[in-house]
Design a protein around this ligand. Sequence first.
Ligand code: BMA
Length: 340
Amino acid sequence: MSSVKIYGISTPNVPWQDKPEGLCGAPVWRYTENPIIGRNPVKGVARIFNSAVMPYEGEFIGVFRGEQTNGVPYIYLGRSKDAVHWDFDENKIPFKDEDGNDFMPVYAYDPRLVKVEDTYYIIWCQDFYGAAIGMAKTTDFKSFTRIENPFLPFNRNAVLFPRKIDGKFMMLSRPSDSGHTPFGDIFLSESPDMLYWGRHRHVMGKSFEWWESLKIGGGAAPIETSEGWLLFYHGVAGTCNGYVYSIGGAILDIDNPSIVKYRCENFLLTPEEWYEERGFVPNVTFPCATLQDAETGRIAIYYGCADTYVGLAFTQVDEVVGYIKENSVVRGDDAEIGRR
Ligand code: BMA
């Protein structure tokens, strides 16, 4: 039993391997059989990465960024009994709009999947006269209704909280430009109805730490714990040889998540294995989802590797929260309510 409590959906069959002996640095360790999804995973798709999974009916379901063989990314549904071995639909997710007409985004990437009350929401990046956030909902993973885009362009990175706060849906996002944005902070927006979004607040900025000194972006849906919302996010360094994407950790105030309580000055995971360093875009570890079990405190992190593969890493809630707190540096901007 963990001393830091996890609230929300529990997943007793979360994939797991014990911490290896001699691990130094952050208490996050890779699955020894990584990557869990290799190249050419399904007909017409060259690579799957930056994807999100959830428990569903005792097994697992997920939305996957599939880079088609024509190079255009789209979202595919996948199912798994153990959350490690996945079967993918050959067809793209067939979205309909709210009038029942077919809806096919020009492109769709970096999907997140979050259950709020009885509905599953998919949030991704798509073209809206430039890169912007697209959304759809489903209750059965058979019909998918595209709902209104929450934000104006440009924004390429968004994830919902798994429950309402004070009666409002809450979403983290990272306003950007339409390209390979060389800047970016995480913001929070709220909505009473999933249609109108406002009361925007600044959550966290890029930091002085070199591994996240260019930009940051929300990653997996925040995990509700007795210490606050545990957020795994990505932080980017701009090097002379291109961007490097690492995984960071922070804890946000439970009632007002625009306030950062703790923020780890060290990365939790950074590219160092071949499947993270080598691929379509080298040196990328990009978290999009977690599975967690309240009883044991086990957390499995799903992350995209080098824009080519999906990797799995593990941590334990007491250890990772302890590490974030011990190594926390929260600067003025982050501790504020974030309104100017
Ligand atoms: C970001 C997004 C991600 C990608 C990353 C590294 O801007 O496009 O999908 O993983 O760049 O290429």
